[in-house]
Ligand binder design. Sequence first.
Ligand SMILES: O=C(O)CCC(=O)C(=O)O
Ligand SMILES: [Fe+2]
Length: 238
Amino acid sequence: MGKKLTQLTINPTLDSDKQAALKAEFADCGIVRIFDFLNTEGAEELSRCLHHGTSFNNAFFLNHQNREASDEQIAQLPNAQRREMYQAIYQLAAQGQGFLYGRHKASDSSPAIIDEALKMINDEACLSVIKHITGDDELSHADGQATRYRVGDFLTRHIDNLPGETRKYAYVLGLSPNWHPDWGGLLQMFEPDGTPTQSYMPIYNSLTLFDVNKVHSVTSIAPFSPASRYSLTGWFRS
Ligand SMILES: O=C(O)CCC(=O)C(=O)O
Ligand SMILES: [Fe+2]
């Protein structure tokens, strides 16, 4: 017999008062955090799956292209070529460009709980909360991917609003328990001129929601971090 699927639901205590407060904060700052986003069991199962049951590819920016390669593919490269690859990634990063992190794009072969999480995010119960908080009635759906930042992984300063895309709001659901701010992996916001403003450390089962025009980065994971940073992230789209 197959294992019973864990139900995923949006936190039922997110009542109209809490939503009104989040709406006001979003209007003010263009970013909010919804704590205890999923039901406890749902968050636990999703977190467990990302830690132990999900395959990630390394995503990186190299030679002006977004690339993906598995750990095995990178390990198979001749040593000199692998060294050159990381050197090129870091050289770009030193100039504030590019990224290196683990990505699992949702697909038919994703673990069932990832599929359930994306269904739940697209469910009217959740979509209507996001529409209410952002004051944007035109949202139609959200996409999603699982991400993993290991020691040394990073995502340099950027905006998510890509030309020709329908992204309106980015979301990041933290799924790493007991993160320590000194471990890095902070979602860092910036003024358009590059001055750092607020930073958000990963908080387990909190959904950070922000306008795609806001400049942000994910700071690199410290060499001494004992844990990787896992999230479910994506964009609400019109
Ligand atoms: O993981 C995060 O906190 C943000 C990720 C992000 O900015 C992106 O994938 O574009
Ligand atoms: Fe981003």
